[in-house]
Design a binder for this molecule. Structure first.
Ligand code: PMP
Length: 314
């Protein structure tokens, strides 16, 4: 990996190759590990990099630490400083992905509550046209974890064993992505993204109680459908057959952004093209994340600002 790439680890910026965690840690042995996948977008007009909805990502991470009973939860201000310091140390002036993790170190058992480690690293962002993101999905036989067993609404690394099983099944069967059903057979979400359906012209998405991650992008979409398109989203249980009958389907998430689903279980969604509402939502979302739309400036945390830019130039 690049020698000039820095990871924020245990309060210090260290070279990428030196960012290590002990194999005996509960983080490794029992996946006592919560994380966030965040994106930041470069705006060429303002020459600024904006982290999208950082506060909401930090809220979810801190909620996860509370539920999983971590012994000392860093403040939102401390976590924000970790993220911004990492980006600035890596001198990013372009789209990036940001990984922020909080996990349990030491050599304790599965009930260990600390010591807590915090890590932040960055990677280049990727941008592809919506047309190139057309996705073929399969309903996996693996059911989405239920809140009575695992806290699916939190971004716990352990939950991704569930996602991994479904995703591998789908990929081995020649599909791009998996769609999970809840234990009682209603649509939940993808392995790493939430799902929206357009039926009868109405945007629909499964409720937050369907075992899904409490997604930041899902919340953005719900607000945007209402504010921008005056099309309130209906949060309700979705049956599997509705996926086959939908006018449009798309996945969304911080990393996936918007991915049109054009086929489910070898049945074509509508005509198999990118739907008009999906395309409109992507255009709107792109404006929000990059700040080319003025709406919701509070969702964009500027990385450089005048002071940070001057300091970096020194
Ligand atoms: N569901 C799952 C299982 C995910 O891993 C993700 C990606 N974090 C999402 C949904 C989308 O969440 P967000 O919009 O907060 O990135």
């Amino acid at each position: 990996m690049s020698e000039d790439r820095f990871i924020h680890l245990a309060g210090e910026l260290v070279p990428f190759d030196d960012a290590k965690v002990h194999v005996f840690s509960p983080a490794v042995r029992f996946a006592v590990h919560l994380f966030e996948g965040i994106r930041a977008y470069w705006n060429a007009d303002t020459e600024e990099l904006y982290v999208f909805r950082l506060a909401e990502h930090l809220d979810r991470l801190r909620a996860g630490m509370k539920v999983m009973r971590y012994e000392a939860i860093p403040s939102a201000a401390e976590l924000e400083a970790v993220v911004l310091d990492t980006i600035r140390a890596n001198k990013h002036k372009g789209d990036i992905g940001i990984r922020l993790s909080a996990y349990v170190l030491g050599d304790g058992f599965m009930d260990a509550r600390g010591p807590i480690g915090v890590m932040c690293g960055t990677e280049p962002g990727r941008t592809t046209a919506l047309e190139d993101r057309k996705t073929r999905a399969m309903v996996t036989a693996w059911r989405r974890i239920d809140d009575t067993a695992m806290p699916g609404r939190l971004k716990s690394a352990a939950n991704y064993q569930n996602g991994r099983l479904g995703l591998m099944e789908a990929r081995d069967a020649g599909y791009d992505e998996a769609i999970f059903l809840t234990p009682d057979g209603k649509v939940a979400e993808g392995a790493g993204a939430c799902l929206f359906m357009i039926r009868g012209g109405v945007p629909v998405t499964p409720p937050a109680t369907a075992g899904i991650l409490e997604s930041v992008t899902r919340a953005t979409m719900i607000q945007s459908f209402t504010e921008r398109f005056e099309a309130p989203v209906v949060e309700r249980a979705i049956d599997r057959t509705e996926l086959y009958m939908a006018e449009e389907l798309f996945f969304c998430g911080s990393t996936y952004e918007v991915h049109p689903i054009v086929e489910v279980d070898s049945i074509t969604v509508a005509e198999g093209a990118v739907g008009p509402q999906t395309a409109a939502m992507w255009t709107h979302y792109e404006g929000l994340i990059r700040g080319t739309l003025p709406d919701h400036a509070e969702w964009r945390t500027p990385v450089w600002g005048t002071q940070a830019r001057d300091a970096a130039a020194e």
